[in-house]
Ligand binder design. Structure first.
Ligand SMILES: [Zn+2]
Length: 138
């Protein structure tokens, strides 16, 4: 094999290196595990969602409460939501949480944390690529 052929092969290999989308696809936004009890909607896997997001369960609870404009409670690691909500609705809220507050808009990785910036803002800090940007707090 000549050097030229070798370089061509090498270039082709680089072109086939996994791109951003492929890396992101490893990360799955968790689906909620919900039951209805009377007038309450109960997310039973709050701790799984919080672990995946690397956020405190209380942070997720606060976000859900704000999104739905209803009171919520955490009991025995479950999120108790006042009111009847459909699970596809709640899944969409959780997806939005991950998209806005967990997954970096620059590198699309979920390794991040939020600093409180005041005046209704968070500083989103990506630990993977170092991006920092302001987002509306909840
Ligand atoms: Zn990033």
């Amino acid at each position: 094999m000549s050097d030229e052929e070798y370089n061509k092969l090498l270039n082709r290999a680089f072109e086939k290196a996994p791109d951003r989308a492929a890396e992101v696809s490893d990360f799955k936004i968790p689906k909620i595990d919900m039951i209805q009890q009377g007038n309450k909607s109960i997310i039973r896997n709050l701790s799984v969602i919080a672990d995946r997001a690397r956020r405190n369960p209380g942070d997720i609870a606060r976000y859900v409460s704000k999104e739905l404009a209803v009171p919520v409670n955490i009991e025995e690691q479950r999120l108790i939501i006042s009111g009847k909500f459909r699970d596809d609705d709640l899944n969409k809220r959780i997806e939005k949480y991950f998209e806005v507050y967990v997954i970096c808009r620059e590198c699309h990785k979920p390794d991040s944390h939020l600093d409180v910036a005041g005046r209704g803002m968070f500083n989103f800090v990506c630990e993977a690529c170092g991006a920092r940007y302001g987002i509306k707090s909840y």
